[in-house]
Design a protein around this ligand. Structure first.
Ligand code: FAD
Ligand code: PYC
Length: 415
């Protein structure tokens, strides 16, 4: 596979770009793999990548029922931050954020990581207290955040109106090294790196059944035939409950739609990411100039992978209070993804009751930021058969034992 570089771009420019190879292969499934990952979203691809890179397991297939990155990975609003409250969360999200910083170089693929800074507005006294507490916790966890006052908020984001009609801006939790990345590029970069290691990324291959023999996983049934494996990783976000059912166990997960929209492109208006969690809206500006806007999750369980008018109306109405300039913009498009929510709003990276079968899910509304750390931790769990330090707290057992990792505030999106 060719290395991407400034030199390669110049060379290809001189020969009409005829020398680029395929970024990843399009292989026929083998009869057997050492490990199969179900789901070619960011988490599945990152799991496969770190299985190869960190543990030398390369006879791996990643099976995807649609196209790679076509689930939530290609539908999210790309916010990357690690300002969580609890120690296990701060550890895994900060690991992910730090891996993101050098991921373009690591994968030789420009994921357009932009550490432009993320602020979570405090618009009630309760939020001020909560975010001051998070900043203190983050200091102990080695996560670089601070609580800033309204003047600093205004200086960082001049389009904010501080004195809103209902909720004035009282300050913000600010993480300067947080930011955004190009979501598809994260999936494409990992897919290319997996393909280069000899792994099979197989699209249009839906897993329809999980075969078991004597309490162990034996393989999967797919729309392209049966495939055997020693180890199976289920990494399918909103479809986790369905795959768990095929494997013979149940998950404490609900699937709901989460929506987002973009405006028409405008000149640069803001160069930070702002989340306004009291009014349920968040905002950033893409490199193309579109204002990227999202709100809360649907209030009922569903598998509808699309947006709805009332959400657009509620989200924009809420945000216009704090960003009056938005009222002049036209909406360009909107969409939805199916997110997988646990009761404590923390993920699951775990062994399962079926030996050899592992699960990674529950990232809900906030898993894009976690992709590299999650893949790292899931690969370690699959390779060693036991979770390592990053994953240990996120096992399925915590729901039975009551060891919840409550991140409903840090999740930053109303559920
Ligand atoms: P996915 O990308 O959904 O991948 C799972 C894959 O599994 C899919 O491609 C699916 O087709 C495949 N699959 C399912 N069933 C099968 C089967 N039977 N056989 C084979 N393949 C199967 N997170 C953030 O951190 N920051 C944000 O700003 C943010 N904004 C968001 C905005 C929206 C509108 C949405 C919907 C989500 C947002 N998220 C955000 C959450 C984030 O997108 C997800 O947590 C993350 O992308 C999940 O990645 P994944 O790889 O687990 O899942
Ligand atoms: O987790 O930061 C986040 C997020 C923002 C929008 C959706 N999720």
């Amino acid at each position: 596979m060719k290395r991407y570089s400034a030199f390669a771009i110049a060379r290809e420019a001189l020969r009409d770009h005829t020398g680029w190879g395929r970024a990843w292969g399009n292989p026929e499934p083998r009869r057997r793999y050492d490990a199969i990952i179900v789901g070619a979203g960011g988490h599945g691809l990152a799991t496969a990548y770190y299985l190869g890179r960190n543990h030398g397991i390369r006879n791996v297939a990643i099976l995807e029922k649609g196209w790679l990155g076509g689930g939530n990975t290609g539908r999210n609003t790309t916010i990357i931050r690690s300002n969580y409250l609890q120690d296990p969360s701060a550890a895994i999200y900060e690991k992910a954020r730090s891996l993101y910083e050098t991921l373009s170089q690591e994968l030789n693929y420009n994921i357009m990581y932009s550490p432009r800074g993320v602020m979570m507005l405090a618009q009630t006294e309760h939020e001020v207290r909560g975010y001051r507490r998070t900043a203190q916790a983050n200091a102990l966890q080695g996560v670089d955040t601070e609580f800033i006052g309204p003047e600093r908020v205004k200086a960082l984001c001049p389009i904010i109106r501080l004195e809103g009609p209902r909720y004035p801006v009282l300050g913000a939790l600010w993480q300067p090294r947080a930011g955004t990345a190009r979501h598809d590029a994260v999936a494409w970069g990992y897919a290319r790196a997996c393909s280069e290691m000899g792994m099979h990324v197989i699209q249009k291959c839906e897993v329809t059944g999980i075969r078991r023999e004597g309490g162990r996983v034996a393989g999967v049934d797919t729309t392209r035939g049966p495939i055997d494996c020693d180890k199976l990783g289920i990494v399918v976000a909103g479809h986790s409950g369905r795959l768990a059912e095929m494997a013979g166990f149940r998950l404490p997960i609900e699937s709901v739609a989460l929506q987002a929209l973009v405006s028409e492109p405008i000149k640069p208006a803001m160069d930070v990411v702002v989340m306004a969690n009291t009014v349920h809206g968040y905002l950033s500006q893409s490199d193309k100039g579109e204002m990227v806007i999202g709100g809360g999750a649907d209030g009922f369980n569903n598998y509808t992978q699309r947006g709805s008018f009332h959400h657009v109306e509620e989200t924009v109405r809420a945000l216009v209070e704090t960003f009056p300039m938005l009222s002049r913009l036209k909406m360009l498009r909107w969409w939805g993804g199916i997110v997988d929510m646990t009761g404590d709003r923390s993920p699951i990276i775990s062994k399962t009751p079926l030996e050899g079968c592992f699960i990674n899910c529950g990232w809900g509304t906030g898993g894009f930021k976690a992709i590299p750390g999650s893949g790292w931790a899931m690969a370690e769990t699959m390779a060693k058969g036991e979770p390592g330090p990053l994953a240990a707290a996120f096992s399925l057992d915590r729901f039975r034992e009551g060891r919840f990792i409550d991140e409903s505030v840090a999740a930053g999106v109303a559920h």
